[in-house]
Design a protein around this ligand. Structure first.
Ligand code: COA
Length: 205
């Protein structure tokens, strides 16, 4: 039995995977009291307050928010659980830390490392020897070539490509469909093929 923190689109993707793994969803946590008492996929939306700590998956798209939520619950005695969709493909030689989510049709290759709370989303490829930082996000259909690196909370947008050995720094964001041919510094945002830095603005993750 698990709890899912979040009740939006990504939370439903995680719930699908949990059900496919044969797990029972005890409920979805949401910080918005207006959502308490409603239902998502037949499970109740709840406040985490006052519930006996158990297993949870942090299912919020933003890496920064996901990290805050996870550290809050870990501090309160909850256990951060990893979830791999039965149709995800993870090499037995890959190393996954706690709280990693691997969605359907995603691939994690041999000797890749995926940090705490990271997301490898639908159809994404994390090839051999990659290093995905804690709370990073490899969005749907993104591909990290062999030995590529994503920093902490960094995101490779939907359908983007990091050429082999290329790094995105912590909190960097590679736009949807972009091709990173060179390293991107921490906090930078880039788009296009080849990827070029975008001026600093709000960012849609
Ligand atoms: C790159 C990105 C972060 C830019 O967001 P932003 O800072 O809000 O930028 P804007 O939408 O204001 O766009 C700024 C400019 O960049 C262009 N642009 C935006 N995203 C782009 C992309 N992915 N590729 C190429 N150009 C892009 C816009 O057309 C705009 O160009 P203009 O100034 O000539 O009109 C965002 O568009 C993106 O791709 N996010 C990834 C989303 C994603 O994959 N989510 C996965 C969810 S599971």
């Amino acid at each position: 039995m698990i709890y899912i923190y979040g009740s939006g689109g990504h939370a439903r993707v995680v719930a699908d995977a949990a059900l496919a793994c044969g797990l029972e969803i005890a409920g979805f946590f949401d910080d918005d009291p207006a959502r308490w008492g409603s239902f998502v996929m037949e499970a109740p939306v709840l406040s985490p307050q006052g519930i006996e700590p158990g297993d949870f998956v942090a299912a919020i798209g933003s890496g920064g928010v996901r990290q805050k939520v996870a550290s809050r619950l870990l501090g309160a005695g909850w256990r951060l659980r990893s979830l791999i969709h039965p149709r995800g493909c993870v090499s037995p030689r890959a190393r996954l830390e706690a709280g990693v989510f691997v969605a359907a049709m995603a691939v994690v290759g041999p000797d890749a490392q995926v940090g705490e709370g990271a997301i490898v989303n639908h159809g994404a490829v994390v090839d051999h020897d990659c290093d995905v930082g804690a709370y990073a996000h490899v969005a749907p259909n993104a591909t990290l070539g062999g030995g590529a690196r994503l920093g902490v909370r960094a995101m490779a947008g939907a359908g983007s490509v990091l050429l082999p050995q290329v790094s995105l720094g912590d909190d960097a964001l590679l736009g949807a469909g972009a091709v990173a041919t060179r390293d991107l510094a921490a906090g930078m945002k880039a788009a296009g093929a080849p990827a070029r830095p975008l001026p600093e603005r709000s960012g849609k993750a």
